[in-house]
Design a protein around this ligand. Sequence first.
Ligand code: HEM
Length: 490
Amino acid sequence: MDMIFWNLVLITAAAATILWFSSAIYAYMKIKLITSSKLPLGSLGIFPFLGESLHFISSAYSDRPESFAIKRRRMYGKVFKTHLFGNPTIVSTDAEVSRIILQSDARIFVPSYPKSLMELMGKSSILLINGSLQRRIHGLIGNFFKSANLKAQITSEMEKYLLKSMGNWREDSPVYIQDEAKHIAFQVLVKALISLDPGNEMELLKNHFQEFIKGLMSLPFNFPGTQLYRSLHAKKKMVKIIDGIIQAKRDNNCSKKINNYANDEGLSSNIGKDVADALINDKSEELTDELIAENMIDLMIPGEDSVPLLITLAIKYLSDSPASLEQFTEENLKLKKLKEKLGEPFSWNDYLSMPFTQNVITETLRMGNIITGVMRKAMKDVEIKGYLIPKGWCVFAYFRSVHLDDKLYDFPYQFNPWRWQGKEVSNCNFTPFGGGQRLCPGLDLARLEASIFLHYFVTQFRWEAEDDSIINFPTVRMKKRMPVWVKRRI
Ligand code: HEM
């Protein structure tokens, strides 16, 4: 009996394996068959599922991740086909083609991300939804982040948190810039999103969030013991906390409810005007509490990731470029002295109107490529500039190779903020914040936060940076978290 059972198991397993391989080979052959003359040149690799993923990943881990694309661009042209992470993919290193991809709507391209990331984001995340709902949420968030009141609030909060943190920095041990920037940017963003002040409750949220974010690039297996499982669990706890805040906001008797909730959860009751309010007050009634809570969590990602990295990389590049650092410091000290003389505080506009400071941030965005590119999936056969992108294929608008293209930027690997003097920063050769309908609504905020952090850093300290290197995959970060030894300026 045992024997028969095991034979059956073996036969079933063999049949399943044969079926899987034949369907993979069939899918692969089908891809090969579509290979008409209009399809961009390129190679789908020799293995059905892997394609060229291993080449892509090994370049991504090197200090020149764009070498994968540069090599193929030389052989096949600026737009080429490949096979990445299980999907036939068209890679665009052509700024004009990428611009058209970014400007297309959901009838042509929809966002496409790795499975674990889609599962963690949830189906109502702004990064994944399409059509009128995406435009509505994008508009609400964008308008909120553009408002002068919010910028003034962010400025005073960031100054407060920075002075507190920097007051604790010691001269006899290294300061880890990446950690400090993460700590501050997260606090500022959470305050703007749900009006939570730093304290125990913020720490609780941050701990859950750090567990959540670890799963974004994990393997797509969801069962106890896996990272994805732990991250989904952490997200549930965050949704519960944020849902409590939303309920309190929705209630007419807001303050009473908040106090109850705060007492239950040990949370404080400082609820003010924030992004959650902007979504709650939307008249369309399309925005459910679940959608709002999920999006609040997604919106925390730039606070832990993109903005702190912008700050950290700017300090790294300035440390490596004495001439840039000298002019940057001079500009910031000059305005500081002028403001002190006039007896005026800095406004958000002061930070954003120092031209060299903004050029340093622009150059950091170009070289740092914090978001290396964006992925979409074609909803139908599309032709752009004579290239066919077949229905169902992925398309990767690869910003990094455009930002480091020597035909567009002289000495592209040289940190040169002066190249931006008097230049237009909004053109299709420079897209660190994406473009079209999904242009990052937080771009002003990111620049403002970076300008404030950098201003306080250079005007309060001199520093020596320890040797450190940039890792680019799966996300951009510093290998040693950017340790620096600081000395207070007299
Ligand atoms: C250095 C900092 C940042 C960089 C480099 C960055 C980059 C980007 C890029 C490239 C996109 C386009 C994604 C796509 O087309 O699929 C995007 C979208 C987005 N960003 Fe940012 N971002 C930054 C900071 C922020 C901040 C501070 C916020 C606000 C909390 C924010 C909120 C968003 C949102 C909500 C979207 C989705 C927009 C939509 O799909 O409609 N980002 N960002």
